[in-house]
Design a protein around this ligand. Structure first.
Ligand code: ASP
Length: 253
């Protein structure tokens, strides 16, 4: 019998007006349920934060869970193999992927999530690495991983912290300009999610989760960039997604 994949992919950890992880902690508790005892936390995206401090911050914010940061464990592969859930925090996505590859954790994490069905929680960089590659991160390549290929737990790219700001007079690319370029080359769907939103994957369903945060809809949005092959030439579509929508029919087709 095949097991069901379970992921909670959050755009961000902090909302500007709330304490760390406040907006998402109930989503995380509900997602994990009561059977999850030990959660391994991966702090490798942290560059200017010390990993001990990062662990403390996450443990304090999610104090109902029994969280251990992997950097405190003796054997990294063993802690992936024996934990009930995997949680990967934000920071610099290149640094995170570099470390995951350096410690040989890519296949080990994939096995636990895809074959064993243990829950995966990521935010920001932790959501970026759940996808096939990290080409749609907003981060700078401060270090080069061996390859851009990531965990490949879902079949689309994610752009976290999505926004449509364009300061007046600014001549650089907007976020959507960059995503337009990306899809021309990669052709794979890109799911752009603003802060305060998540994608919850349960088996074949990929549901947009939007807790009540009193944010106007034009500030909190999900859009999917989609490349379509057509007889009269390829085209690119940008599709607006509603809260609560299952995006599987769009990203799988
Ligand atoms: N730096 C982001 C994070 O908070 C990731 C991103 O924007 O791509 O993890």
């Amino acid at each position: 019998m095949s097991v069901s994949r379970r992921l909670l992919l959050l755009s961000n950890s902090t909302m500007s007006d709330k304490p760390y992880m406040e907006w998402s902690k109930d989503l995380i508790y509900q997602f994990l349920g009561s059977n999850v005892k030990n959660v391994v936390f991966i702090p490798f995206a942290g560059v200017s934060i010390d990993w001990d401090k990062y662990e403390d911050k996450v443990k304090t914010a999610l104090n109902k869970l029994n969280i251990t940061s992997i950097h405190k464990t003796r054997n990294y592969l063993e802690s992936i193999a024996t934990s009930d859930a995997i949680m990967i925090g934000g920071g610099n996505t290149f640094h995170l992927l570099h470390q995951l590859q350096h410690f040989n954790l890519i296949d080990a994490i994939r096995k636990r999530v895809i074959d064993d069905g243990i829950p995966y929680i990521g935010w920001s960089a932790g959501s970026n690495v759940a996808t096939p590659d990290i080409g749609t991160t907003n981060d700078m390549p401060i270090i080069w991983p061996q390859t851009e290929s990531a965990l490949n737990l879902v079949n689309y790219n994610i752009n976290p912290h999505y926004n449509e700001w364009k300061p007046e007079g600014h001549q650089g690319e907007s976020r959507s300009d960059r995503l337009n370029e990306c899809i021309v080359v990669k052709k794979r769907p890109i799911v752009a999610i603003s802060e305060g939103l998540a994608i919850r994957v349960e088996g074949d369903q990929h549901i947009v989760v939007a807790p009540d945060l009193n944010i106007p809809n034009n500030k909190r949005m999900v859009k999917i960039w989609k490349h379509n092959k057509a007889a009269n030439g390829d085209n690119i579509q940008v599709i607006d997604i509603s809260y609560g929508q299952d995006i599987a029919p769009i990203v799988n087709n």
